[in-house]
Design a protein around this ligand. Structure first.
Ligand code: SF4
Length: 432
């Protein structure tokens, strides 16, 4: 029920061990006091500078009691995305049925009309739908501690307060600089923290105790398979979805399983798998016998269970390489070469945006292009090794750059033998 909270300097809150991205909306802000705030020591470059009270004036104001607009005096030098936001209130897509009108329009009509094209490219974000244009790379950064102790009930308020601080104070000029990491860089973490604190419902953001009483050595739990819940007589069943790819028919079938065996609820995990909670123990056996569990196994192989892949070039405009099929292929090639004694988390990401979070994987693959031995341009990956999540988190380092994808399997097998205790299959066979 409690957590120490950190803020990802490029984006959103980091509730332990996650790299995430940020979004804009929010509600009210408290008035800023007319004094100068000194930034005490922090790890950011602005730490020793004073931040003027003028700089801490919120740049937005509420309109019609329901949405927020950038104040006139802050409208010089806006980037194109900010101009789009000013051109039409994005929530009208939702509040006034605009999305239904858009859905009826043919694409040619949408493309021909500036406002509706902007609706698709930008304003749908307010409804949680991202249409990514080709070659616009979003970047990742390691989270920084906010030095806060947040009771469970305050997690949503603190997320809201962080977003409001960014909404009120973030810049809207050069698109490369309109990220939370740059705001924290400018203000210093302590000033940013005080702005978050002002926006908490009771104006207080507690600091953590000097000593963490939580066992630092906890192990991540394996949620795949059948596990008892704390509620007597109930279990949850974690199903492995290979590289997170679910077809519409699978989704309907999963919904049926959740209705028939559980409480109608499905939970999605960051590793792209699915948990069916609240299954009565007497129904578990019948659930495990369902045909869909041949495809979405509760007991995948040790290498498959930790495999994650971002969307890749099949559907993502940013992608440099295909990821999902490639991840499955390389994993199956590696499984033929070595056997591993434990699960190894392998993450694939199709470009440096790192939606597949290669930096927190045991072994990560970041898509790039290179020339093969014949001088032909081929899909390749930079290999990262050594990422850790959980109480002892650590970002992976680059192991080898620009390896053609067709040459990955023997190199990955070597890493598994060197670093993860894997045994080569021919050696196993010799020993037998
Ligand atoms: Fe697309 Fe993957 Fe790049 Fe994210 S990391 S932008 S999903 S290719």
């Amino acid at each position: 029920r409690t957590t120490t909270t950190t803020v990802s300097s490029h984006g959103l809150l980091r509730l332990p061990a996650a790299l995430s991205r940020c979004g804009p909306p929010g509600v009210c802000a408290r008035p800023v006091q007319s004094s100068t705030v000194s930034a005490p020591s922090s790890s950011t470059p602005a730490a020793d500078d004073a931040v003027s009270a003028e700089r801490l004036e919120p740049r937005v104001e509420q309109r019609e009691g329901r949405y927020w607009m950038l104040k006139e005096k802050y409208r010089a030098g806006l980037n194109p995305q900010e101009k789009v936001k000013l051109g039409k209130e994005p929530m009208s897509l939702f509040m006034q049925g605009g999305i239904k009108e858009l859905a009826k329009m043919p694409m040619e009509e949408i493309e021909a009309d500036k406002l509706s094209k902007e609706d698709i490219d930008v304003r749908l974000k307010w409804l949680g739908l991202f249409h990514r244009l080709k070659h616009h790379p979003k970047r990742w950064e390691e989270a920084l501690p906010l030095d806060a102790w947040v009771p469970g009930d305050d997690i949503i308020p603190v997320c809201k307060a962080v977003l409001e601080a960014y909404r009120d104070l973030g810049t809207r000029g050069n698109r490369q600089k309109t990220r939370m990491m740059w705001l924290i860089d400018e203000l210093g973490m302590e000033v940013f923290r005080s702005e978050v604190e002002k926006r908490m419902p009771n104006g207080v953001l507690e600091r953590p105790a000097p000593e963490d009483l939580i066992d630092k050595k906890w192990q991540r739990r394996d949620y795949l398979g059948v596990h008892p819940q704390k509620q007597e007589g109930l279990s949850y069943v974690g199903l492995h979805v290979p590289v997170g790819r679910v077809q519409a028919a699978d989704m309907f079938e999963l919904a049926r399983l959740a209705d028939q065996y559980g409480s109608g609820e499905l939970r999605l995990t960051v590793e792209q798998n699915i948990v069916i909670p609240n299954v009565k123990n007497e129904k578990v056996e019948a659930l495990l016998a369902e045909p869909l569990l041949q495809k979405f196994s509760p007991q995948p192989s040790l290498l498959l269970k930790g495999l994650v892949a971002c969307t890749g070039n099949q559907f993502c405009g940013q992608a440099i390489i295909e990821t999902k099929q490639r991840a499955l292929l390389v994993t199956s090639q590696v499984e033929k070469l070595v056997s591993v004694p434990r699960a190894v988390r392998m993450h694939w990401t199709g470009c440096p945006n790192s939606c597949g979070q290669v930096q927190v994987a045991d072994i990560g693959f970041m898509g790039c292009l290179t020339k093969d031995s014949a001088g032909k341009i081929v899909e390749a990956a930079d290999i990262f090794v050594g990422g850790r999540v959980g109480s002892d988190s650590h970002l992976a380092g680059v192991y080898k750059k620009s390896v053609p994808c067709d040459e990955l399997a023997p190199i990955v097998s070597g890493i598994l033998v060197e670093r993860f205790g894997a045994v080569r299959r021919e050696r196993e066979e010799d020993e037998e």
